[in-house]
Design a protein around this ligand. Structure first.
Ligand code: KG4
Ligand code: ZN
Length: 354
């Protein structure tokens, strides 16, 4: 047995997991979504405080469930960035304390690379791979030559795809994070491909931009004020019923389907272009990761892109799309096997490369 503990505290999820030989043994996730939803977005100080409050009890629960002692853990993998600085520091201090107390190997892990490694918990990824990371904070394409060699090809110049979803959802008065509402409601209709612009596609580069799409949705809601829900749906409230009662379900679903399509098609164009650019790399799979990879239209679109390029499409199950500790553990285990060991001077890297 060679256990790796993964710790994730970069944003609004406190997540721990134990992995052994690339297999998940046990995991615990405490989401702070309800606490932040009251404020319409993540409040950094609140996030740090919550991580600090729940980390220790979560670890006890995790070890109990797995039936192992802390002393059995060989590697402690911690997300060192990107993310909210205060939240990262809470997780890193916790990880360092554990490593110091037990003598386990400390391994700092890039949160974004971990997202792109997460699908390996469900299936073997064939490398080299083209990676598309679409989350609340990031939108990037990568050439992943080996499991530990990640090269960024394109990135967003402004908002991430998840931010565009969340801001669009906010314009409609859905609770934060609203991406999943747009996805679910969009499934009830066909898109109007002219309703929203596909952002930043008429150029010849691999970067993304979603701020124009966000503005287009704000303008759309201003022009159709009846589509802004008078009252934000509460937790557990059936949004579909709510919209049906208001007589706007069809119109609403149509707008959501159009929005899903605009984002998915912009991603399709850039992924397609990235695949052309790296065609000499012998790419074997397309790996889609991050919270927005849960979106049904984006998933279907990426399956089609992969098929057109004769690639295997790796789409993680939904629980591996959003932030989790297992992805930190699985990448941390690979880095430890490759000989990486950080000392207690390990620093958080809130922005950029970690
Ligand atoms: O990767 P993640 O859990 O956190 C970050 O590291 O950012 O991604 C969260 C993002 C949020 O913007 C959320 O609205 C979005 O993923 N999301 C979705 C869906 N499920 C989650 N966006 C579109 N469709 C979904 N089904
Ligand atoms: Zn993430």
């Amino acid at each position: 047995m060679s256990l790796t503990l993964g710790i994730e505290t970069s944003c609004d999820e406190t997540a721990l997991a134990l992995v052994d030989g690339g297999k998940l043994i046990a995991e615990r996730i405490a989401t702070q979504i309800d606490a932040h939803a009251l404020f319409g977005g993540v409040v950094p100080e609140l996030a740090s405080r919550e991580h600090l409050r729940v980390l220790s009890p979560l670890l006890d629960e995790l070890l109990n469930e797995a039936g192992v002692a802390l002393a059995d853990v060989q590697n402690i993998a911690i997300a060192r960035g990107p993310g909210l600085l205060g939240s990262l520091l809470v997780g890193m201090s916790f990880a360092k304390g554990l490593a110091l107390a037990t003598g386990a190997r400390l391994v700092g892990v890039n949160h974004l690379w971990a997202h792109l490694t997460a699908p390996a918990l469900a299936e073997d990824i064939q490398y080299p791979a083209l990676g598309l990371l679409v989350s609340g904070g990031h939108t990037q394409t990568y050439c992943i030559r080996t499991p530990l060699d990640f090269q960024v090809l394109g990135r967003t110049l402004d908002d991430a795809a998840g931010e565009a979803f969340d801001k669009a959802a906010k314009s409609f008065n859905f609770p934060y994070p609203g991406g999943k509402y747009i996805d679910i409601l969009g499934q009830l209709s066909e898109p109007d491909k002219k309703m929203f612009p596909r952002p930043y596609v008429n150029n010849d580069n691999l970067d993304f931009s979603f701020s124009g799409l966000k503005t287009a949705v704000v303008n759309f809601v201003d022009a159709h004020p009846h589509l802004r829900l008078p009252k934000m749906p509460g937790p557990g409230e059936n949004v579909q019923d709510l919209l049906k009662e208001a007589g706007i379900l069809d119109e609403f679903a149509h707008a959501c389907a159009s929005f899903n399509w605009a984002v998915a098609d912009a991603l399709r164009i850039k992924v397609d272009r990235a695949l052309m650019q790296v065609k000499d790399e012998g790419i074997r799979s397309l790996v889609v990761a991050g919270g927005v990879a849960a979106n049904s239209v984006i998933r279907q679109t990426m399956i089609e892109v992969a098929k057109a390029h004769k690639l295997h499409c790796v789409l993680p199950p939904l629980n591996l799309c959003t932030d989790n500790g297992a992805m930190i553990a699985v990448l941390g285990e690979r880095l430890a096997e490759a000989g990486l060991r950080h000392d207690l001077n390990l620093e958080a890297i809130p922005r950029g490369r970690a």
